[in-house]
Design a protein around this ligand. Structure first.
Ligand code: GUN
Length: 300
């Protein structure tokens, strides 16, 4: 079998298009413009790239992008005061504090200071609890993007066996909750899991989110299974020239694509969906804040 490639780049463009259409309608019919505030503390180069991309895409769908770039030495009190002011600002519907934060700042405390209804990352403890109990919540962007692609590919996920490899708070655990919400039978596997290959082999859906280069080979994949590769690992690529690098996932793409029914590539799979879902969450937050119907197909 040669797998169908799930084109995350095209899918993300479709999501952004739906968001832009809805944003235009909010403006024309209600005089509303969703606003997303992104807070970056320090100068981590990867974070600077993410934040720049978020700002650009936010503006492209017609939303207000508000950026706060703070020195790496910012005190916890000053950061909390900024979050308080964003919580109170009616023009701000979504707040994202870029992680990781410098070591002297308490990430949990900072995230939990964000008003839960503006927590477009879905990291606030109330949103985590709401997702786990099936209540309306803000859902973390990467797992939401994976869910959207799975629903589009399969239609119903009900009764399918799903194995999530990785138990992070950002991807693994919320992904498992979302799959459970769609009536999958869910296994969360991790570094201490016994006989991982056997467990992965029974999955109709494999979500790889461990951050280990090409760790899942094709002979772990059940014929016809759907493989969602969340990993983004940079490796040396001497074949491209001296000092060059390339991105690969947590799955060995070529061998997995031989056995899988469908697979997301890296790059161009899950990655582009994350920011698209951040925009979708900001739109959802704006609709909820104004007691307007939520956009269809853009939430869990
Ligand atoms: N750093 C890397 N990914 C993310 C993300 O999804 N949200 C936040 N807040 N920080 C990140």
């Amino acid at each position: 079998m040669t797998a169908q490639i799930i084109d995350g780049k095209a899918f993300a463009a479709e999501v952004r298009g739906k968001v832009a259409t809805h944003v235009a309608r909010l403006r024309d019919e209600h005089g509303l413009t969703p606003g997303l505030a992104v807070v970056l503390v320090g100068e981590d180069p990867a974070s600077q790239v993410y934040v720049r991309n978020k700002g650009k895409q936010t503006a492209e769908v017609g939303m207000n992008s508000i950026e706060h770039k703070l020195s790496a030495k910012t005190s916890q009190a000053d950061l909390l005061a900024l979050i308080d002011s964003l919580n109170a600002d009616p023009g701000v519907h979504g707040i994202l504090v870029q992680l990781p934060l410098p070591g002297h700042l308490d990430e949990d405390l900072v995230i939990n200071a964000i008003a839960p209804e503006k927590d477009v990352d879905g990291f606030h403890i109330l949103n985590v609890g709401r997702l786990g109990t099936g209540q309306k919540s803000m859902v973390p962007c990467t797992p939401l993007g994976c869910l959207m692609m799975l629903r589009a590919h399969h239609g119903s996920l009900s009764g399918l066996d799903a194995v999530v490899i990785g138990r992070s708070n950002i991807v693994g655990k919320p992904m498992a909750q979302l799959l459970l919400g769609d009536s999958c039978t869910v296994t969360i596997a991790h570094s201490r899991t016994k006989d991982l290959p056997q467990i992965v082999r029974r999955a109709d859906i494999v979500i790889a989110a461990v951050g280990r280069t090409e760790m899942v080979p094709g002979d772990w994949i059940k014929p016809g299974a759907t493989v969602i590769d969340v990993g983004i690992n940079r490796i040396d690529a001497p074949e491209k020239g001296e000092g060059k690098t390339r991105l690969v996932g947590d799955c060995h793409f070529d061998s997995c694509a031989e056995t899988a029914g469908a697979i997301t590539p890296v790059p161009g799979g899950v990655g582009p969906m994350t920011i698209a879902c951040l925009l979708a969450n900001t739109l959802t937050a704006c609709c909820r804040a104004n007691s307007l119907p939520e956009p269809e197909g853009l939430t869990a």
